[in-house]
Write a protein that binds this ligand. Structure first.
Ligand SMILES: NC(=O)c1ccc[n+]([C@@H]2O[C@H](COP(=O)([O-])OP(=O)(O)OC[C@H]3O[C@@H](n4cnc5c(N)ncnc54)[C@H](O)[C@@H]3O)[C@@H](O)[C@H]2O)c1
Length: 253
């Protein structure tokens, strides 16, 4: 591949956390990156980090659960960077509560952002991948897919993403497109900091408690996940598809 046909990657929820680390990592590997998040202005830091390092990136504001916004976002990516052939469905939210207290709207919000959002984005991007005869889709699942107290909505969405991933792998493989899921364990981000605050613990204390349950004796960092995503999106990973990789500092099943 010459520099004139630099691959274009779309990373959702890339204003911060795992998405931001992934956008920076993919740019460092030579991809032009569309940094997508709810608020375009919030993507500025990620874009500046990439461009300061000599990479190419644009900020795009879009709610991944809104079909019209997804279509408009991908149209902008095509116009400003070129046709995307790498997609990382990372945007996510938590609305934790025990089942008997979980509102229908909190159920819908979580299912819509994770599942509907990944569906809409994958559908919008796959046609460009099919045209190119190449594509890499990575969906963010979670260790919570295995079940987690207080997360009926989130665990259903994250388990759903595993089935979605395997189906995309089966349907799209013949077009040179792979689909895989990365399922993180505890990663230190604003999302886990918010969980610490919700349960009334300081973040450092919360991370230390989590680390005692993790075989490698530390919590994960966004770069730990970006590293796994970089593998799945790599040119050489074309025979790895439909897999779920738990990146959790130890085995999970
Ligand atoms: N942090 C963890 O321990 C952990 C563990 C397992 C899985 N994950 C998953 O990894 C992904 C990233 O998590 P994080 O910890 O970096 O979270 P985060 O809260 O730090 O970042 C999530 C980003 O997604 C964006 N976002 C939310 N709703 C959106 C929407 N509708 N459209 C576009 N963008 C939207 C947010 O604005 C935010 O910038 C999520 O899918 C999350 O469920 C995280």
């Amino acid at each position: 591949m010459s520099t004139t046909d630099q691959r274009v990657a779309v990373v959702t929820g890339a204003a911060r956390g795992i998405g931001a680390a992934t956008a920076v990592r993919l740019a460092a590997e030579g991809r032009a990156v569309a940094v997508i998040d709810l608020d375009e202005a919030a993507c500025k830091d990620t874009v500046e980090k990439i461009t300061a390092a000599g990479g190419k990136a644009i900020a795009v504001g879009a709610d991944v659960s809104d079909e019209a916004q997804v279509e408009a976002a991908i149209a902008r990516v095509v116009a400003e960077l070129g046709a995307p052939t790498i997609l990382v469905n990372n945007a996510g939210v938590l609305r934790d509560n025990l089942l008997f207290k979980m509102s229908t709207s909190d159920w819908d919000t979580v299912l819509n952002v994770h599942l509907r959002g990944s569906f809409l984005m994958s559908k919008a991007v796959q046609k460009h991948m099919v045209d190119a005869g190449f594509g890499r889709i990575v969906n963010l699942s979670s260790s919570s897919a295995l079940g987690n107290r207080g997360q009926a909505n989130y665990s259903a969405a994250k388990a759903g993403l595993q089935g979605f991933t395997k189906t995309l792998a089966i349907e799209l493989g013949k077009f040179g497109i792979t689909a895989n899921a990365v399922a993180p364990g505890f990663i230190a981000t604003d999302m886990t900091a918010a969980t610490a605050a919700r349960v009334g613990m300081g973040f450092e204390e919360f991370k230390a408690a989590a680390a005692t349950q993790i075989p490698v004796a530390r919590v994960g960092e966004p770069d730990d996940i970006a590293n796994a995503i970089a593998f799945f999106t790599g040119e050489a990973a074309g025979f790895v598809s439909g897999q779920v990789l738990y990146v959790a500092g130890g085995p999970l099943d």
